[in-house]
Each structure stands twice: as structure tokens, then as C-alpha cells.
Write a protein that binds this ligand. Structure first.
Ligand SMILES: CCCCCCCCCCCCCCCC(=O)SCCNC(=O)CCNC(=O)[C@H](O)C(C)(C)COP(=O)(O)OP(=O)(O)OC[C@H]1O[C@@H](n2cnc3c(N)ncnc32)[C@H](O)[C@@H]1OP(=O)(O)O
Length: 128
């Protein structure tokens, strides 16, 4: 799994217990998966279709640095299936895992659009 983005837990990210608000974390994961899929599928109109079980394994606290990891599980026809883990950057403790996140590329009419991709690509290779 490649860990792409780091976040710093700030006061506005906390729940009333003083730990990282789960909704905020899911927002970050959704945005990360959307951006990752948009780049991989080369389609800015890519949406979240499905998220499997979400397991909040440990909490994070103000001042913690966390990192968001994504792995591709499967390239479908219009879909891209991802797996996600967020962990504490310093301790490597897992904070949350989401086993299956399905993103779907759409056409102008909002219907699934085959992306033609079968493997991970790096932008630097596309620019050669
Ligand atoms: C230059 C760039 C600048 C751009 C800068 C952008 C900035 C970026 C900021 C990011 C910000 C965050 C953004 C987050 C992204 C949202 O939050 S998106 C908003 C939330 N999501 C939605 O609103 C989607 C609503 N759903 C839909 O519109 C329809 O369900 C869809 C997505 C069109 C799919 O329709 P459908 O009839 O289910 O289509 P169907 O053909 O049956 O299935 C399509 C694919 O999904 C799969 N699928 C369907 N249902 C399921 C299921 N339950 N489980 C698993 N797979 C399923 C199918 O197997 C199929 O896969 P493929 O065979 O094509 O590989």
C-alpha cells in the first residue's frame, strides 16, 4: 500500500471526546480516493459508488500526524476498486481500514463510462 497524503489533526477535527471526528476522517478518505481515481482513470467526473465495512481501529489526537494509504484492488469496466488504511505517521498504528471502496467513472450524462484502464499508471510516464 502506498501512503500518499499526510494530515495534521487540528482542534476543528476533534469530536466532543477530544479525539479525531470519524466523519472528518471519512471525508478525507473520500476525497483522497476521488483524487486518486480521477488521476488514474483520467476522468474528472468520477464518483464514489460503494464503501464496505469501516473499521475504526484506534483513535487519533490533536497534534498527531496521520497518513492515508490506498491500494488498487481491481480495475473494472467503469469502476476502480480501492482499499484504504489510515495510520499514525509516527507510531504506524492503524487508525481505520476500509476494505473496499468502489469508484465509478461517468460520462457527461452521469452514466458509467468504461475507462479502458487495466493497471496503475504514473503521471510521469504519461508525459514521456
Ligand atoms: C482535472 C481534475 C480536476 C477535478 C477536480 C475535482 C476535485 C475533486 C474533489 C474531490 C471531492 C470528493 C468527491 C468524492 C466523490 C463523491 O463524493 S461523489 C458523490 C457520491 N456519489 C454519488 O453521488 C454516486 C451516485 N450513484 C450513481 O450516480 C450511480 O449509482 C452510478 C455511480 C452512476 C452507477 O450506476 P449503476 O446503475 O449502479 O451502474 P452499474 O453499471 O450497475 O455499475 C457501474 C459499476 O459500479 C459497480 N457497482 C455498482 N454497484 C456496486 C456495489 N453495490 N458494490 C460494488 N460495485 C458496484 C458495478 O460492478 C460496475 O462496475 P464495472 O463493471 O463498470 O467495473
Amino acid at each position: 500500500m502506498r501512503f500518499h497524503t499526510r494530515k495534521w489533526i487540528k482542534p476543528e477535527d476533534l469530536n466532543p471526546n477530544g479525539t479525531l471526528f470519524g466523519g472528518r476522517l471519512l471525508e478525507w478518505i473520500d476525497e483522497e480516493c476521488a483524487l486518486y481515481s480521477i488521476v488514474q482513470l483520467e476522468n474528472p467526473k468520477t464518483v464514489t459508488k460503494y464503501m464496505s465495512e469501516i473499521d475504526f481501529r484506534s483513535s487519533a489526537h490533536q497534534g498527531d500526524i496521520i497518513e492515508i494509504g490506498i491500494e488498487v484492488e481491481k480495475f473494472g469496466s467503469a469502476s476502480l476498486t480501492l482499499k484504504c488504511e489510515v495510520r499514525n505517521k509516527m507510531t504506524r498504528e492503524t487508525i481505520i481500514t476500509v476494505d473496499k471502496i468502489v469508484m465509478v467513472a461517468l460520462d457527461e450524462a452521469g452514466k458509467p463510462k468504461p475507462h479502458g484502464k487495466t493497471e496503475i499508471e504514473f503521471v510521469k510516464d504519461r508525459l514521456k
